[in-house]
Design a protein around this ligand. Structure first.
Ligand code: PIM
Length: 418
């Protein structure tokens, strides 16, 4: 394929890119919106129009891609990793990496639990969790907002939805870290590889025990729904379910944590929004949309080309892998004026693709929006300002797939009139 000769080499695995991908994406949107990443076997797709073209055509751009998402263990521990993996269930795609008909069936199973109406019962639950976490922030003191609020809220919420014991909350945090450790990142250090693999076995065993309990005595929770056989397809096996639930757990927290943290950083630079939000708590929804656009915690998803096609004038052979970049499309200036500005009043704030689109659009979008809005409203009630202690050293996770700040110490300036 021909790429403009003057284009700088863009490497999504490089630290510079991962810390600040926006200049590179700006160049790509202008000069090479379908860009072959040298040496890694995939194309970055960066304009809103082309990202939507990919997402809207799941037959040409299939979801079942496993080859480039994760880094694999180094050869010296490959045998040990295989030995640990052999103690657990082999990988089975559930939603995130599956295509119809499996995807259609799995999605139908869980979709009903994630509609706005079905999630209405979660609103008071989320509000209460959020209130407690925010109330525990040290007035006048310094706290890392990630473990204090951004991390626990979505984990507690997904535990409630699935029906997992509250006592598992710390384990779920650990499992979730393990599940995402190698996503779009540089190879892990050897010891981390082994703990990741062992953590996943621990998770599988504990979950199977919980699934057996639900089969014996169903409860009013999502695990009980998942173990029920359906008349058309029969029952999912434990092997299917450990991977399915793992996806729901990971999806249910990693990204919302990142969204909330990113919004706290953004509002630390525009603290007048706390007041505006306090004046009208209904503004939370618009703030969250604009926060979603700018944060894009899922930076994009891989797709596999199922039949030779052309995208933005670039021929793509069958089997090619593309990465429609949501985070880049969300800054496309042909769609959003001054795209780098945080402007919750922009009329088309909801035009972002942070939740993807079409058959794979985010199952958890209602819940994510609910969680982020609750935290913003509670913070607005209590704080005058959250001051990032050291804005100069904010660093993002080393990944081009997920985007997030792993730690964000802030000084809590409480409202003097609260
Ligand atoms: N999390 C929530 N929705 C999607 C995700 C996700 C996507 C890619 C990798 C990990 C999590």
């Amino acid at each position: 394929m021909t790429q403009p000769a003057a284009l700088p080499r863009i490497d999504p695995y490089a630290d510079e890119f991962q810390q600040d991908p926006f200049p590179a994406y700006e160049i790509l949107r202008r000069a090479a919106p379908v860009y072959e990443v040298a040496g890694h076997g995939f194309y970055l797709v960066t304009t809103m129009t082309l990202v939507r073209e990919v997402l809207r055509d799941p037959e040409t751009y299939a979801n079942s891609v496993t080859s480039v998402r994760r880094t694999e263990p180094p050869p010296e521990i490959a045998a040990e990793v295989d030995r640990i993996r052999a103690q657990g269930f082999p990988y089975r795609p559930a939603l995130g990496l599956s295509d119809p008909p499996r995807h259609t069936r799995n999605r139908a199973l869980v979709q009903r639990a994630f509609t706005p109406r079905a999630l209405a019962w979660m609103d008071p639950v989320v509000t209460q969790i959020s209130r407690e976490l925010v109330a525990a922030l040290p007035a006048g003191g310094v706290v890392d907002i990630v473990p204090a609020v951004a991390r626990p809220l979505p984990i507690y919420a997904i535990c409630r939805i699935l029906g997992l014991p509250d006592a598992w909350r710390d384990d779920i945090t650990r499992w979730s870290d393990a599940a995402t450790a190698s996503l779009g990142a540089k190879p892990l250090v050897t010891e981390r590889w082994l703990t990741v693999e062992r953590d996943m076995i621990d998770y599988q065993r504990r979950l199977v025990a919980e699934l057996d309990l639900r089969r014996a005595t169903p409860r009013d929770d999502l695990l009980s729904v998942l173990v029920q056989p359906d008349p058309e397809h029969g029952a999912l096996t434990n092997n299917d379910l450990v991977w399915f639930v793992r996806e729901l757990i990971v999806a249910g927290n990693e990204t919302t944590t990142k969204l909330i943290t990113d919004m706290v950083l953004r509002l630390s630079e525009a603290p007048e929004w706390w007041r505006r939000l306090r004046d009208d708590p209904r503004r939370a929804a618009a703030l969250v949309e604009e926060g979603l656009r700018l944060a894009s915690p899922v930076q994009g998803m891989f797709r596999r080309v199922t039949r030779a096609t052309t995208l933005g004038g670039v021929p793509l052979p069958e089997g090619a892998i593309v990465f429609p970049s949501f985070i880049s499309a969300n800054r496309d200036r042909t769609v959003f004026d001054s795209p780098d500005d945080f402007n919750p009043d922009r009329p088309n704030a909801r035009k972002h693709v942070s939740f993807g689109q079409s058959i794979h659009s985010c199952l958890g979008n209602v819940l994510a929006r609910m969680e982020a809005a609750a935290v913003l409203r509670d913070l607005a009630e209590r704080v005058d300002r959250l001051e990032v202690v050291d804005p100069g050293v904010v660093r993002y996770l080393p990944s081009f797939i997920l985007r997030g700040i792993p730690a964000l110490p802030v000084r809590v300036h409480p409202r003097s009139d609260a």
